[in-house]
Design a binder for this molecule. Sequence first.
Ligand code: ARG
Length: 496
Amino acid sequence: MTSETTRSARELWGGHFATDAAPLMERINASIGFDKRLWAQDIRGSMAHARMLARQGIIGEADREAITAGLEAIAREIAEGRFVFAPELEDIHLNIEARLTERVGEAGRRLHTARSRNDQVATDFRLWVREAIDRVDGLLRGLQRVLIDRAEAHVADVMPGFTHLQAAQPVTLGHHLLAYVEMLGRDRSRFADARARMDECPLGAAALAGTSFPIDREATARELGFARPMANSIDAVSDRDFALDYLAAASICAVHLARLAEELVLWSTPQFGFVRLPEAFTSGSSIMPQKRNPDAAELVRGKSGRVIGHLVSLLTVLKGLPLAYSKDMQEDKEGLFDAADTLELCLAATAAMLEGARFDTARMRAAAGIGYTTATDLADWLVRVKGVPFREAHGIAARAVRRAEERGCGLEDLTDEELLALDPRLDPAVREVLGVDRSVASRTSFGGTAPSRVREAIAAARRRFLDRAEGCRFEPGPRAEEAPASGGEGSDEGKR
Ligand code: ARG
């Protein structure tokens, strides 16, 4: 350690501050409590900057060596928990710079040549968000894998499909689970879009206007793994749309997870009884001994509110800001960090919950027929077999439902006479389409719920989402023509 120690931001700025910061100023101003999470990115950015400065002859080679060695030592101090973060040094940038000067003296004071904290923080934060996107892509892919595996295990298990949360038509559980695989695939592509857009480096924009030093922005951009330097120095230090892109994609993803979680909550009630969540993800009640509460699913549902809140919060912070940097922008970080932590936790918890969930397929099958869910099949049969116009067939099926309701029986339990009385074209052969297995097996249109189609969809989903090494560009699904249904009506009957 040298004798020239700097223990407050004011000393770093030098001359024109005669008084110390008010304690309240320190509290409102300091970001070190949260932006310490940028330490690794800050050190990487400084290394790249110092190497570039030396290559361009702006600092000497000896200074560059001292800076690099000093930053490496600081990285070890932080990683090993030996670094003392000082609030009077405001933020991570000044904390590291002051420590560097403590360690290496004069050379440390040269590092800030041709840059500002404005381009520094923009660079650090972009690096951080980019890494967060790579993490979230891996987690989304992991959740897709669990869903695809579970879909495969339940490819022909029938359950009620709902609209308005009223039993609508039978579907297969595999098909239902694959719906989420598609949503998560689009989430991955949204993050990938965001990543591609933020792949530009702000470093070298300096405070806002660029610099008079002969810097090489292409070199620092390249070294930090960015595709190119940002084109406009004012934009580089003043926009945070990359953070908004992340938060927007995260919010949509959190909403998808919340809907899935809501179904787990609903399906795990004794009234539905479709699923038993792993005990490790539920809790009991201190008063009601019978309870198994789906806490983890409820929290995934509830935590979506935080993520959405952080998006709205940052939009609100930015909307009235004149160009270029204002300190308001320091408010960009806590929310995003929390959104990332929350989303990552929810993704991991959802995957684990689904992995251990046990679906009660007998109960789902029994529920699939409740509520006259094959009434559409009866109408379709009249159209297909008897040439009845669909609107008329719809009316006949509605009368059949009413009759069955009066008798308190299922459609398939109506007698031959009752059917004929409803319409002379309703001969007993119609019964063959009234079972739930027949119903789902007949839905062979592209993207439909027939097990034959769901098998194809599973294979396609593995190719689109799991087989590719680097995961997240938008992968459109197969075209209808390219994926003809392999089986026809009833082809999956009896395969369960
Ligand atoms: N801690 C600040 C932030 O996060 C760093 C940039 C400070 N820039 C400045 N001109 N005071 O925004």
